[in-house]
Design a protein around this ligand. Sequence first.
Ligand code: GAL
Length: 457
Amino acid sequence: MKAPGKQMELKDNLFNRALFGDDFKWGVSTAAYQIEGGHDAHGKGPSVWDVFTAKSGAIPSGHHGNTACDFYNTYPQDIAVLKELGIPNFRFSLSWSRIIPAGTGEVNEHGIDFYNRVIDTCLANGIEPWVTLYHWDLPHELDLKGGWANREVVEWFKEFVQVCAKAFGDRVKYWMVMNEPMVFTGAGYFLGLHAPGKKGLNNFLPAVHHAVLAMAEGGRTLRSLLPDAQIGTTFSCSHIEPYTSGRKDVVAARRVDALLNRLFIEPILGMGYPEEDLPVAKKLKKYMKPGDSGLMQFDFDFIGIQNYTREIVKHSIFVPYLNAVLVKAENRKVPLTAMGWEIYPPAIYHMLKKYAEYENMPKLYITENGVAFPDTAVGGKVNDPERIHYIKSHLRQVLRAKEEGVDVQGYFVWTLLDNFEWAEGYHPRFGLVHVDFETQQRIIKSSGHWYKAFLNG
Ligand code: GAL
């Protein structure tokens, strides 16, 4: 173990916002399908998540996002909570099928109007909107044409980006093209656990390549239409360690690291796919056309890193292509979250250091970090000291990386409201604000009050 940085010794009351500098961006992150509801309101078309969650058995709990946190109607109150908590930056995503119901073609003015109101309400309250263009809710009509496995998706996505840039670019300065392409391609096109529920390499590999092309094309489209905007994209990442120092486990860990942490960022940086450490990536060639290596690159202004945990990896002959398995945290006698993920704050430090090592890496923001616990309301209050501890201990690790020279310029908590946690439904509660999904009543948790004090301290 490395020696802790000097801020590790800082007493709790001395650990404050000022240590990160005046320009450091503080915020919270959300996503359209997880909070909005209004699934068929005012001309919205269905997305793959609307269709997937309606299929019996697709989500073990049978939950869906039809109403979710009802943010479609409650956004004025929820943005008022942001203001009350003194949170200066709000990251949210745009629902593609609310804006273009069939994914391509006719634009739904009601959808544009909704996001105009959200953006204007933020600005009127002194809150900077940070917009993610794609947080996994592909229009269902496009899925019927093959979705991310069809190369035409790059053109459909470009059209969506153009519509959004023209509609909102006069007021939105911070854009993120995609959220965690590894998760929506892996869980949605390989494992079948997320929408649209597809499986296997024949779905996964084309989806990966087209997501890379779309991410870069989205960046180019924004830059040409909004030359002054800050343009980024976000990646999931987990710190990977081998189960033993034996060669087989070490090589297995390298393969998993290449898959989870390198597959998308390296082509964007112009390095191509990490074929050497992840041999199955060689099969991506089948989907490449002449000129693609150049088209896969884009010079983003920032990269958003999203980290929650670390994974321990063991060699296994039973997993085709990867020959590796994750050793479940529940079998490792480590502290766990409600998602069953290990609580391991140094992971975020290691990921910042790892990404900062790439040549030409632009500035980094932590665009998501947070934790789920059961969080129950007792007498109108929700006391969640474990979340405060989780966020603080991760922030100390962010500061440690920053003090060692990593260009990290912001931190966004996942998330504002308890919400629809994808395949897990509504049970894991990640919010700084508790939501009663029957009544839509909000209660600011003690972590929300702590974040307010930290930001204003
Ligand atoms: C991320 C995702 C979010 C949220 C979070 C917690 O992977 O971008 O939508 O669900 O994880 O699991």
